[in-house]
Design a protein around this ligand. Structure first.
Ligand code: GTP
Ligand code: ZN
Length: 325
């Protein structure tokens, strides 16, 4: 009985999809980029970066912000239909509370991780973010914001601490999003990337977006008003265009991805300078805790690995061992 009802519901759903998607009324195929998703609908920006709300043709297709999409317009309805999306160069996924994994942003080729002084800049949190980004195989740039709040002595201290990361190979920028200091330099280097803005609450992500897109509030209001479809909540991911080849994704779902659960192998590979040395360890499954013939421990002893990085690596790997094995 219950089964039958479900079936009928499915048929009704299919019938209503037919109403929305009448192939005779569809325009030619066009290329665009997914800028936001709301359940079974997506906002796609066309070649002029004008937004069109599109329906998904099949429920199994799950486009996310950043996907390159082919769509067709339904002129009469002022909407469109997503036809397909291209193969992705990267896919950032988020764990869900019940051990599931949810895709959140596609084709991200750089994470710009914002840091700020007054939240108590912490190497531990930074290392967690780096491990999470490395596990998705996405390069990270460190962007230290609110530089205007620091005096010379404080600046020297932060620069000294971040030098460890520069030496490992992470590019570092010092900016003030509020006043626009050094932001243009950062943006120049970002050209050609599809980047994700990440960082703890309060580091200044919205302030940076507002500086880069002064018209933002107008644009956002336009979309929800003219479409009249679905809800445009502040929790939706969003893609902004900096220029024809540079896009910025702000996704509240992944802003704080440094706080997610980390797997053992993520931790081992996520400390890139440690991982590089690990191939010289005597045991292939060496965790560099106290194993004999450990090349990492030997390098740490010689000062080739920064003390704080080694300490944080040990802290993470041992805590997770205790918790999950
Ligand atoms: N002095 C100074 N303050 C800044 C700067 N950037 C941001 N702030 C301030 O820091 C506070 C938090 O900034 P937001 O942009 O809201 O931070 P956020 O990262 O978007 O925070 P969430 O939305 O919670 O994720 C605000 O009061 C900003 O005015 C800066 O460069 N210098
Ligand atoms: Zn080892």
């Amino acid at each position: 009985m219950g089964k039958k009802r479900k079936h009928n519901k499915k048929q009704r759903q299919e019938a209503s999809d037919e109403v929305n998607i009448n192939s005779e009324e569809l325009g030619p195929e066009e290329q665009g980029i997914v800028i936001s998703r709301f359940g079974q609908q997506v906002d796609i920006a066309d070649q002029n970066f004008e937004t069109i709300r599109c329906f998904l043709r099949r429920a199994k297709e799950v486009p996310v912000v950043g996907d390159k999409a082919t769509f067709q317009r339904q002129e009469k309805l002022d909407t469109g239909v997503l036809v397909r999306f291209e193969e992705r160069t990267s896919l950032l996924k988020r764990p869900t509370p019940h051990h599931g994994i949810k895709p959140v942003a596609a084709n991200i080729d750089l994470v710009a991780l914002l840091l700020a002084p007054e939240l108590g800049f912490s190497e531990m949190l930074l290392d967690r973010y780096l491990v999470a980004a490395e596990s998705s195989n996405i390069p990270v740039w460190l962007v230290f914001n609110k530089w205007d709040l620091l005096n010379d002595e404080e600046r020297a201290d932060i620069q000294q601490r971040l030098k460890t990361y520069q030496d490992i190979g992470y590019p570092i920028y010092y900016i003030s999003a509020k006043h626009g200091d050094q932001v243009d330099e950062l943006v120049k280097d970002l050209r050609g990337k599809q980047l994700l803005l990440a960082g703890q609450s309060g580091v200044g992500k919205s302030t940076l977006i507002k500086y880069l897109f002064p018209e933002l509030e107008v644009a956002t209001a336009d979309i929800s008003e003219t479409s009249g479809l679905g809800t445009h909540t502040t929790t939706a991911s969003r893609l902004y265009k900096l220029d024809d080849e540079t896009y910025l994704v702000d996704s509240p779902g992944v802003r704080e991805f440094g706080l997610w659960h980390l797997e053992d192998h993520d931790i081992q590979q996520g400390f890139v300078e440690i991982y590089k040395l690990a191939e010289n360890c005597k045991f292939r499954d060496c965790k560099h805790i106290k194993e004999p013939g450990c090349a990492v421990l030997a390098a740490a002893k010689n000062g080739e690995i920064a003390e704080s990085r080694m300490k944080n690596y040990h802290h993470l790997i041992q805590n997770y061992d205790q918790q999950f094995s």
